[in-house]
Write a protein that binds this ligand. Structure first.
Ligand SMILES: N[C@@H](CCC(=O)N[C@@H](CS)C(=O)NCC(=O)O)C(=O)O
Length: 318
């Protein structure tokens, strides 16, 4: 009788080895019966980096002033698209070629947004949280958590809200090339999210902390050391499986060398873990940049942007 192989739609390398072992076949043969295995290795081989986070603000100048004077960010780029009735400002601690930045969107006439409950915060690493808090307070910053050790840990942190109500966590750390170090999003099933960001996006699980006394678990996922680059902090609050998302925070952008191949992987992974492609890979009309976008299982959006096109877009505006 013919043997029916039961194999997952999107096996990783470890699962592939297991399939080979279980069915007494070579890894090459296992690859042939799991045509997706090779494809699923792509995100880990790809040239990926967190590029920026996109969100909406009610007054660009007000936010630019707060981020530059308060946080010490630089205004890197500004563009106005009157025919679409919006403007963007890009700010960060270093050039977009190497650093993670925020892309602020101002829609003409819209002065406030609902941030919802799912978006957590951005984090900024600083050598002296106490000093930064005093500076932010002096320029009218709303300090929502005074500096001191994090509950259940030792790092000194504080929270401040920006003029639109987005929370920024300030974390006391030594010097780093990337002070804009975390983007925290709340998720309803941490293991599912970790798997999604590993398989669909090629990120690594860098750290996982469970704080049962405060009923939450968090996972840092990213492409490199969390003290050198920006990482996603995924937070699971015990028992909470859904959050409101509002209309303020939009998405993260991640670079890729091949939006088409990347979209194929995302498509496979969404069949296993949930989420969906919201924009098929291709050129954005009007701009020569290839992108694809998708939602993770919680509905958080990521846009994959072609590496070369992204650099061309940056230099076009020089
Ligand atoms: N329930 C929290 C869980 C995450 C959490 O508590 N994170 C830590 C920072 S890693 C925190 O905010 N601690 C508050 C404090 O130390 O005052 C949430 O959803 O934001």
């Amino acid at each position: 009788m013919m043997q029916v192989l039961e194999v997952p739609v999107s096996p990783n390398l470890k699962q592939l080895k297991l399939i080979a072992h279980n069915y007494g076949m070579t890894e090459e043969a296992a690859k042939a019966v799991t045509p997706n295995a090779e494809l699923l290795e792509w995100p880990k081989k790809d040239k990926r980096r967190l590029l920026h986070a996109v969100y909406r603000v009610g007054d660009l100048d007000r936010t630019i002033k707060f981020y530059t004077e308060g946080f010490g960010m630089k205004l890197l780029r500004h563009r106005d698209i009157p025919e679409e009735k919006y403007s963007n400002a890009f700010l960060g601690f270093g050039p977009e070629e190497s650093n993670f930045v925020v892309e602020l969107t101002y829609n003409y006439g819209v002065t406030s947004y609902d941030i919802g409950e799912g978006f957590g915060h951005f984090a900024i690493a600083t050598e002296d949280v106490y000093k930064l808090v005093e500076k932010l307070r002096a320029i009218g910053g709303n300090i929502t958590r005074e500096p001191g050790p994090v509950k259940g840990g030792t790092s000194v942190i504080a929270f401040v809200k920006d003029p639109d109500g987005y929370t920024f966590e300030l974390i006391q750390r030594g010097p780093t090339p990337e002070p804009l170090c975390q983007l925290m999003l709340r998720v309803g099933d941490l293991d599912r999210s970790i798997k999604f960001y590993e398989k669909a996006l090629g990120m690594k699980l860098l750290r996982k902390i469970d704080r049962p006394e405060y009923k939450y678990t968090l996972a840092m996922v990213g492409y490199a050391d969390e003290y050198q680059t920006t990482v996603l902090e995924l937070t699971y609050n015990y028992g909470v499986t859904e959050y409101t998302k509002g209309n303020a925070y939009a998405q993260i952008a991640v670079s890729t060398d091949d939006v088409y191949k990347s979209a194929e992987v995302v498509n496979l992974v969404t069949q296993e873990l949930g989420g969906k492609i919201t924009r098929q890979p291709g050129l954005i009309p009007g701009i020569n940049t290839k992108i694809t976008s998708f939602l993770d299982p919680d509905g958080w959006k990521t846009v994959l942007v072609d590496n070369e096109d992204f650099l061309k877009e940056l230099h076009k505006e020089d």
